[in-house]
Design a binder for this molecule. Structure first.
Ligand code: PEP
Ligand code: MN
Length: 263
């Protein structure tokens, strides 16, 4: 179902207010985690004003340590819905369990499957039945073929609205958090009709690399970007070092517009 040989036309994912596909450059932006009403509302307004069309924010956080902030759960989902109503942004939230999925479908516009759950096949089957568009992130050590098979799981359970997100893979290099595999974008464009999103924030983990990597992603043919943005990155409960503040994100979008067909 994901194979371009049998489905040559590019998939366009339709959301409430925007779409993801080859016709426009989608920017999904927002904090790593939803932390409070004030934080998510201010982030929603700032990213909307800068030109993003989808608000990201985690309510169920797959943290490396069990002692780190785990997310606001349903309370966070409600705040995402409120932010969408106030700004007209579509929203995306990661689900880490079947229970989280049941809750998320009530409040957000798109479901994210994170790197750590790319091969959680039972979750993929349920997401396939859930009826909302899905952003499927690449597993930490997943080959492109394994990733496409994960997309196939979702699609074979009835959901054709799937986008793929390259978010960096594990290599021997330690200068960046992960290694952004931009060649994956080129490979995917030959193998699949599904939209491809690049997340340089989680790939490199360093704020200053996000703009150049984003431009490179656009040059490789990415259909969109996912960027972490926080009102006060130094105080963020997760991923502060890779988050842009509002003026930085504004400048980032301005820079990107000279580079793309961004409206
Ligand atoms: C995220 O987008 O918040 C996230 C946890 O990303 P990843 O699954 O790519 O690590
Ligand atoms: Mn994050």
């Amino acid at each position: 179902l994901a194979n371009i040989t049998f489905h040559p036309d590019p998939t366009v994912i339709s959301l409430k207010h925007t779409s993801i596909g080859p016709e426009n450059m989608t920017v999904m932006a927002g904090p790593c985690a939803i932390e409070s009403e004030e934080q998510i509302m201010s982030a929603a307004k700032a990213v909307k004003e800068a030109g993003a069309t989808i608000l990201r924010g985690g309510a169920f956080k797959p943290r490396t340590s069990p002692y780190s902030f785990q997310g606001l759960g349903e309370e966070g989902l409600k705040l995402m819905q409120q932010a969408s109503l106030e700004t007209g942004l579509d929203t995306i939230c990661e689900v880490t369990s079947l229970k989280a999925l049941d809750l998320a479908v009530k409040y957000v516009d798109m479901i994210q499957i994170g790197a750590r759950n790319m091969q959680n096949f039972e979750l993929l089957k349920e997401v396939g039945k859930a009826g909302l568009p899905v952003l499927l992130k690449r597993g930490l050590s997943a080959t492109i073929d394994e990733w496409l098979n994960a997309a196939e799981y979702i699609m074979s359970y009835g959901n054709s609205q799937v986008a793929l997100c390259e978010r960096g893979i594990r290599t021997f290099e330690t200068a960046t958090r992960n290694t952004l595999d931009l060649s994956a974008v080129c490979v995917l464009k030959e193998k699949t009709h599904l939209p491809v999103i690049v997340d340089p924030s989680h790939a490199c983990g360093v704020r200053s690399y996000i703009a150049p990597l984003s431009k490179a992603a656009v040059a490789c043919g990415a259909d969109g970007l996912m960027i972490e943005v926080h009102p006060d990155p130094a105080c963020a409960l997760s991923d502060g070092a890779q988050s842009l503040d509002f003026p930085e994100f504004h400048n980032f979008m301005k820079e990107l517009k000279t580079f793309t067909i961004l409206a």
